[in-house]
Design a protein around this ligand. Sequence first.
Ligand code: SF4
Length: 404
Amino acid sequence: MEQEIQFLKTAVEPLLGWYRENKRDLPWRHDRTPYTVLVSELMLQQTRVEAVRERYVEFLRRFPTAEALAAASEDEVLKAWEGLGYYTRARNLWKAAKIIAAEGFPRTWVGVRALPGVGDYTAGAVCSVALGLPMPAVDGNVLRILSRLFADGSNVDDPAVRKAYASALAAVYPPEAGEFCEALMELGAIVCVPGGAPLCGKCPWNNLCRAHLAGREENFPVRGEKRARKIVKLNVFVLKCGNEYALKKRGKGLLSGMWEFPNWEGDAPASASATSPSVPAAEVSAPASEPSAPAPSSEPSAPTAEVSAPAPASEPSQPAPAAEVSVLAPSSEGGRGVGVAPELGKVLSEKAAKHVFTHVEWHMTGRLVEVEAKDPRYVWATAEEIQNVYAVPSAFKIFLEWVK
Ligand code: SF4
């Protein structure tokens, strides 16, 4: 270990020099406060920089301080987060803002780590960048670049490996803690990239990196096997009555607290598929996806998530002709369906879509159904209200094309 620490020490200065010359101009690198650093770090969890850029600016325009965020309602916060996915982060940030507004921003790693939604990685990043503390932040990027630098064949999904890398980094942290932390992230984001060949010609470590010197960059990092995603079939009904549409609020679990169109799990109703031509699946492409279970304090190992699977080799979906059908009625909870309600409405259109979360895929069959009466179990909202007031997850965005 001591040898590795000495080796790592030689990599610090070249990295800092490279970072000062090459860092990207990102909005969260200006006018920082501990609160804005926390906002950016939570937004960047599992989400691409490009997806965060504008949303970060808009979010801070709306909630410039922890006090402003703490004073907002949950629905306002979720709406401001719309499209970023992983909505548990928004709720946690809101809870953290209430603590910060009441008690001030914590000044220690333990205090930062205790904030809702903050795991080891985010605590390290916030402490380094916002507070200047030498606390390592080890995410998938850092695991990748260090495993290449060391040409280390250990499985980086093993928590012991993450811990060993964090200890090695802690031993070499320079006084410029924030810069060092960001330089590691930047190198992983723009030079020592995942998925494909790293850009070693542009790397400040190319005369040190053991994987590069051995021509084995792509042999690292070594990872464990991925588990297959669970497939969930979902029926989605966009119920239209006049110029209003039915919405319901999701309960606990995935996308908790978000607004959705009535839907339930299971195969498409036979009566509907008998009267409407089958349509090919369209891929719902979202800037971010939601994990299958909230992970408020144990962060995923990689900063970027898979957001969409390869597009299916099929024609774009076509609207089906209007057809009188019977569809499964919403249950008394307004969701997971039971029973049959003949002539619930007229199906105006139908399309299939897929949305990929980290651990789950939703294979959805959506129908636009015109109904004659408003079911009081739902909230009924106009297109404008859905656009401006209700936070609808990206998974359902494809069906918003029907909401006009
Ligand atoms: S030299 Fe290549 S493999 Fe090594 S850290 Fe740099 S970019 Fe990554």
